[in-house]
Write a protein that binds this ligand. Sequence first.
Ligand code: NAG
Ligand code: NAG
Ligand code: NAG
Length: 450
Amino acid sequence: MSKFATLCALLTVLPAVSYAQSPVWGQCGGIGWTGATTCASGSVCTELNDYYSQCIPGSSAPGTTSAPSSTVSSTTRPTSTSSGGSAPSTTPAAGNPFVGYTPYLSPYYAAEVQAAAANITDATLADKAASVANIPTFTWLDQVAKVPDLGTYLADASSIQNSTGQKQLVQIVVYDLPDRDCAAKASNGEFSIADNGEQNYYDYIDQIVAQIKQYPDVRVVAVIEPDSLANLVTNLNVQKCANAESTYKACVTYALQQLSSVGVYQYMDAGHAGWLGWPANIQPAATLFTQMYQSANSSPFVRGLATNVANYNALTAASPDPITQGNPNYDESHYINALAPMLASAGFPAQFIVDQGRAGQQNLRQQWGDWCNIKGAGFGTRPTTDTGNSYIDAIVFVKPGGESDGTSNSSSPRYDSTCSLSDATQPAPEAGTWFQTYFETLVSQANPPL
Ligand SMILES: *[C@@H]1O[C@H](CO)[C@@H](O)[C@H](O)[C@H]1NC(C)=O
Ligand SMILES: *[C@@H]1O[C@H](CO)[C@@H](O)[C@H](O)[C@H]1NC(C)=O
Ligand SMILES: *[C@@H]1O[C@H](CO)[C@@H](O)[C@H](O)[C@H]1NC(C)=O
């Protein structure tokens, strides 16, 4: 994932001024709506349901294959997904959603870790490895077939909560956009824009929402679509990203709105310091994330942004890694401290979560953009709300450490040459599958130690 984007800042300059009309992707109608009912030029007010009409790009030209107007307006959704329409059905708690909750331990990851630990002959290392099963990670809903697992976990979390009295928080990654990972190859997804992908994505979100609705007693936190919006900030020169732009925005808007309607606390993925933290990229990023927040009616459930997902950057580097030269935002703290005020002044009072799952060791990479199974990496600071930074709600482990970033097999259809660079551990299996050697390194290099 995270195909690196350099300094190029290819902006889609969308106006960020105050609107007499609703902006592209903004709300333009629906029961209870009192704002503008006309749309910025280039977009058309399209009724999605009784509660929500949205300014969809394009003119009134249904029938074009790429414009989302036809796919969105011709569907029957979402009549049943949200009882309250665009308004959240529950009122968000004030403050940090992690405080007072115990992150639920994914039984899938725990089983992977236990099997891996059982294969380690060195008893000391095996004990350390086994302890990783107690570190909460996120569950990646990277295929629609995995959505039923969420129901299983929510039911389990509900019963743990009832028996222990400790409130549970289930952590998920929403990750199934059509034409996913548009600037790299290792994380290609199951849906394609050319083959009904936008509709499939709406169905995927509806299924997640249906599961969550059944367990209103369990809190859910979601990271929304790693890499997607960051790719729209820097990689519109890549044809697949340019093609996907309008679809990504429509799909992410739908996800934010629908998940807000069932009370999910959401953090949009915001790349990392070495991607959007560059001076040329950070303001365009702030503009895009604020637009997406506003497209979700500035829902308080859109809590903020997630950074460093599946990446290796330090939260606070002891000294800048030489590969970061030229970027004043050389670690995640600098990036967040620079980005948060830009978002706030644009109207998005964003809070952050930061992945430190594999950030225990630093100065490992040849280039900052390298992202694949980096040699010598170790588990990093364990998940905590004690972050030392008022912008940061929690340090989290989003990427389950031990699952591969991508294959080094050049014959594989999902091969990305980044996974054969000299700083990438090889041979590596396909993205998401267990990588025993790599896991053992994460354990032995953990910092703080396990
Ligand atoms: C553990 O070792 C067995 C026997 O060598 C092997 O079949 C299995 O795949 C290994 N499991 C892991 C998680 O590496
Ligand atoms: C836990 O308790 C709540 C509130 O009483 C209840 O709605 C829910 O069904 C219970 N969960 C399980 C798994 O029994
Ligand atoms: C590499 O991928 C090709 C194509 O999927 C496959 O046939 C081959 O067995 C793989 N090689 C290894 C070493 O896994």
